[in-house]
Ligand binder design. Sequence first.
Ligand SMILES: C[S@@+](CC[C@H](N)C(=O)[O-])C[C@H]1O[C@@H](n2cnc3c(N)ncnc32)[C@H](O)[C@@H]1O
Length: 295
Amino acid sequence: MTDDRHEFGSSETERKLDCLRKYLAAYSIALKNKNLSRIYIDAFAGTGSRTETRAVLPFMGQGEEALVEVSTPGSARIALETQPPFHHVLLIEKDARRAAVLERLLKTYPDSRAHVRQGDANQIVQHVCKRYHWHEERIRGVVFLDPYGMEVSWSTVEAIANTQALDCWYFFPLSGLYRNAPKDQNKLDQSKIDALNRVFGTSSWMTDWYKTDLQEDLFGEFKADMRRTYDVNRIEEWVAGRLREVFKGGVLKPMRLHHPGGAPMASLFFAVANPNPAAAKLAKDIAGHILKVGI
Ligand SMILES: C[S@@+](CC[C@H](N)C(=O)[O-])C[C@H]1O[C@@H](n2cnc3c(N)ncnc32)[C@H](O)[C@@H]1O
């Protein structure tokens, strides 16, 4: 027997997947009569399902509460079930076991034009973005970037934006940023700096987020420390600004998701690569409606 389980996320994960589900459905309907090929690219596809452990109340309040495992659709299944269907679905997954589960899943959708690529999302997405002549070949699509942490490199974000044809949902890891950008700049080591530079494609975050802070010690002496002055709200705005530099169709205010204890976990961004005002407006109208409804 194979292990198809994939436990990830929290109760907030459903909010994120619901945004994707609603967008893919509205997108497919909006484009269906436009003589365009629609592609969906799931860069961090997982297994297609999400395993959740839920507490079940005993029958008629008798006996002990039981825990049961439930499998709900993950992003890949949501995309495969979208109607009208995408002309092409590309599922990328680095982990061999999960990629094999995806292969088996595709057998249950024999009519879909979908395939699995096992490997690194950064390499594969960049390759795919450069391979197609998106506008000449009349291809449009949606990319979902749903990493666990800071796995998406800026060159991937840029490649998506440069297609001028893809809409991008990016589950941006705020927790990862905190871990890599401590308040005290002395605690920033080279591996943290490298991780942030890779995610943002620039080191300007350091000069923007950190400022000199003069602290008076017990003897009245002043000591200059570099401290991060940007809190989570300003960091989120900074990230939106960075995305706006490359996504010419615009970037919406994201939806914030939280850890069970209430700490910010991630921001779900929606960005449009197509600079055409009518196309960008259509995409942002749909996603804007969904993000507001989801908040
Ligand atoms: C949060 S899960 C994705 C969940 C999925 N979107 C869903 O809704 O079911 C992140 C996935 O990315 C995969 N992953 C991590 N690093 C990767 C990389 N560099 N390239 C491709 N996949 C990667 C992990 O194995 C994991 O399955």
